[in-house]
Design a protein around this ligand. Sequence first.
Ligand code: ZN
Length: 191
Amino acid sequence: MASLNEILRFNKEFVEKKQYEPYKTSKFPDKKIVILTCMDTRLIELLPKAMNLRNGDAKIIKSAGAMVAHPFGGIMRSILVAVYELQADEVYVIGHYDCGMSTVDPYLMVDHMIEKGISEEIIKSIKYSGIDLIEWLRGFGDVEKNVLNSVDIIRNHPLFPKNTPVHGLVMNPETGKLDLLTNGHEYLGNK
Ligand SMILES: [Zn+2]
């Protein structure tokens, strides 16, 4: 609860002291890349540092588990905006080992919702609206398979430009080491 006041106090000082100066840049990514990665807290600073990215270098989109849950959802839309409107011409999907999304139990999560006051009627009504809540909440078992699945959805999206490379990688959340799963240039060359 205290964090909002703390953040606002810090923010006022940050702006007054012009501490934003070193971060000035434009909305276009200097390295022309868009990255889809996980919202994991360990990657906030580690991922850009481990990839030598500075403010202004890349578009970074985050979702739980670096998943593209729906081909016409917000994540895919962000990727298309980055590619068509913001000059990105390369896509990186970067999952990580020890991802929280790989251990999410959708049944347990529904129990937690009920514990926090969501009524069972609402859960039921969602089910009867034709939404498979369990499937929607489900994480993944294998991080590599999940990254490759996201890459596959992007590469085969009907609105995604066919000559734009999409790479798939997995990061070690302790060391920042990247393992390459699929190289988008090679994929395009082999097609
Ligand atoms: Zn994660």
